[in-house]
Design a protein around this ligand. Structure first.
Ligand code: G1P
Length: 298
């Protein structure tokens, strides 16, 4: 029997400089894909996978995330009195139950590994999921659920991976693939943001992890890695000497909402999946693309 994963850590302390001026006073995690904040996608995915406790590692200017996961009595009363029961129901569905959220602060931007380490006392000595909310997915079931299924078999640590163009590996953590099918294969190595020449494959770490609590012991050494930051990938590589790591090449598609193109593409794809707006939006897109002159290369 593997130990059940009940807790998820969501690092949300990043400054979001790539989205200025939108993120001057508002956290990047509250930017919306269609009409839902980016952070809500990761929270929904975690809850679908059976997560019961969400630990947010926040920073300055992130208070509105805490408000988003709280009740809004005035708003609820207004929706109710106006008969907007569908919207009310949606708000209630999105909300974790009382006591299911914790917030802690990363006081300095020292890297992803440091952000995760800030959650150590709240997580305690249990396996936990780690979701980087910039990455959202269109997949059925959710990526974390697919990983939980692999975890039931393998135990240990699990990482979601996907293939990218070999030229793009330098923006990500990259794993080396060992034996096993896409639904659960052994990981034999990993490196953070390698050059295409150094990369062991084109399988990148997609921002979803299931980790054993021993990772905190390694993170506490706080060794600085790529980009002068404390990297989770470095501690995971050390943990590989003690525990197995399983890769899951998940079924679905990712959108990196930390980049403008990923964020805009997510908005288009998720909007086209919404029965209430898909058709009209598609008409608009068709009209728009028809207006754009297409240059034909000689
Ligand atoms: C982080 C991780 C990296 C992973 C990526 C996914 O990098 O360090 O291994 O591939 O998230 O988005 P960051 O995007 O924070 O630079």
């Amino acid at each position: 029997m593997v130990r059940r994963v009940r807790t998820a850590v969501l690092p949300v302390a990043g400054l979001g400089t790539r989205f200025l001026p939108a993120t001057k006073a508002m956290p990047k995690e509250m930017l919306t894909v269609v009409d839902k904040p980016v952070i809500q996608y990761a929270v929904d995915e975690a809850r679908e996978a059976g997560i019961e406790h969400l630990v947010f590692v926040t920073g300055r200017n992130k208070g509105v995330i805490e408000d988003h996961f709280d009740r809004q009595f005035e708003l609820e009363a207004t929706l109710e009195s106006r008969g907007k029961l569908e919207e009310l129901e949606q708000l209630r569905r999105d909300l974790p139950r009382a006591g299911q959220t914790s917030f802690t602060r990363q006081q300095e931007p020292l890297g992803l590994g440091h952000a995760v380490w800030c959650a150590r006392d709240i997580v305690g000595r249990e396996p936990f999921a780690l979701l980087l909310p910039d990455m959202i997915f269109k997949s059925e079931p959710g990526v974390l659920k697919q990983m939980m299924d692999a975890y039931e078999e393998s135990g240990g640590n699990v990482i979601a991976v996907e293939e990218v163009d070999p030229a793009d590996v330098a923006s990500y953590g990259v794993v080396a693939r060992g034996e096993g099918p896409d639904s659960g294969f052994s990981i034999t190595g990993m490196v953070e943001k390698p050059s295409p020449e150094e990369a062991p494959s084109n399988l990148i770490i997609s921002g979803r992890y299931i980790l054993q609590p021993e990772i905190f012991m390694l993170l506490s050494e706080q060794t600085v890695g790529t980009g002068g930051e404390i990297q989770i990938t470095d501690s995971m590589r050390h943990l590989m000497d003690m525990q197995p790591f399983t890769g899951v090449k998940y079924e679905g598609r990712s959108f990196d909402c930390g980049s403008k193109i990923g964020f805009l593409t997510a908005n288009v794809v998720f909007a086209l999946d919404r029965p209430d707006i898909a058709e009209t939006f598609m008409d608009e897109l068709r009209a728009l693309t028809g207006e754009i002159p297409i240059t034909v290369e000689e």
